[in-house]
Design a protein around this ligand. Structure first.
Ligand SMILES: NC(=O)c1ccc[n+]([C@@H]2O[C@H](COP(=O)([O-])OP(=O)(O)OC[C@H]3O[C@@H](n4cnc5c(N)ncnc54)[C@H](OP(=O)(O)O)[C@@H]3O)[C@@H](O)[C@H]2O)c1
Length: 236
């Protein structure tokens, strides 16, 4: 029976991931973490609060206990806390805006990886997956724009790849994956859904189910990869 943790469980996709995991027969417990928002409730769900940008995170994770078979990081943001962005042109790029999105999209998941590392089993398969975004692919960038979001997700992908290399030595059965969830109808994408064809806009439930299918099929040899909701690899 698996023990799972979802960070960002108050988000659209994060909450759906918690619900889907809690409904599975092979899952005993889902630790559902949020910075401030409400998380789904249920007999198998254990809510917790966390702040990944201060020193409290290692103690928070130690309290979760373990071992953790699956850790999902579903945090992230596209616009700034003041609602501005994403940038369409270089003149809209600011140091403060870059710093804010790098913190939320790259630093937060990296600090979570560091804090959960002691809870990951070394003698059996475990999965650490983060929600990245296809627009974070450098090779796939043909449209431009969205500077801070793209660059912070590219940094996240590099952090995951580097973690995967380290854990291949210390946790040989671990799978580290960066995932693109599709375009999903959540608060994050709400202002940008107009140009999206209806069949290309997923509900959080469809995306969560697809992402968990992808993770179930990954092997340690796939660790460090970047995958879309349908399992297709995405170039870095
Ligand atoms: N929706 C899409 O179409 C789409 C497409 C590609 C990639 N993604 C990625 O998927 C992930 C989830 O997105 P979503 O659509 O579910 O967005 P969402 O509904 O806005 O949820 C985002 C979640 O991230 C949390 N969060 C943000 N900054 C945080 C921080 N510093 N510390 C802790 N929690 C933080 C928020 O928590 P609070 O409630 O505490 O603020 C919220 O729970 C993001 O990484 C996003 O980039 C989404």
């Amino acid at each position: 029976m698996m023990q799972c943790a979802v960070f960002g469980a108050s988000g659209g996709i994060g909450a759906a991931l918690v619900r889907h995991l809690a409904a599975r027969d092979d899952v005993a417990l889902v630790h559902a973490g949020s910075r401030r928002g409400a998380v789904p409730q249920g007999p198998k769900i254990r809510p917790f609060r966390f702040d990944a940008l201060d020193d409290s995170l290692p103690a928070t994770c130690a309290q979760i206990g373990g071992p953790l078979d699956l850790v999902l990081v579903a945090t992230g943001r596209l616009t700034r806390a003041d609602g501005s962005g994403p940038e369409k042109a270089l003149r809209q790029v600011s140091a403060a805006g870059l710093a804010e999105l790098f913190a939320d999209n790259a630093i937060v998941p990296a600090m979570i990886a560091r804090a959960v590392q002691p809870l990951l089993p070394r003698d059996r398969r475990c999965v650490f997956a983060v929600l990245s975004a296809r627009v974070g692919s450098i090779g796939d960038n043909r449209l431009g724009g969205w500077y801070a979001y793209r660059a912070s997700k590219a940094a996240l992908n590099m952090l995951c790849r580097t973690i995967a290399i380290e854990w291949a030595r210390t946790h040989p059965l671990a799978v580290v994956a960066a995932l693109h969830p599709g375009t999903v109808a959540t608060g994050l994408s709400a202002p940008f859904q107009r140009g999206v064809a209806p069949d290309a806009l997923f509900t959080p439930d469809i995306s969560a189910a697809a992402l968990l299918r992808v993770l179930d099929a990954l092997h340690p040899a796939d660790s460090g990869g970047f995958f879309a909701w349908d399992g297709a690899p995405i170039p870095f």
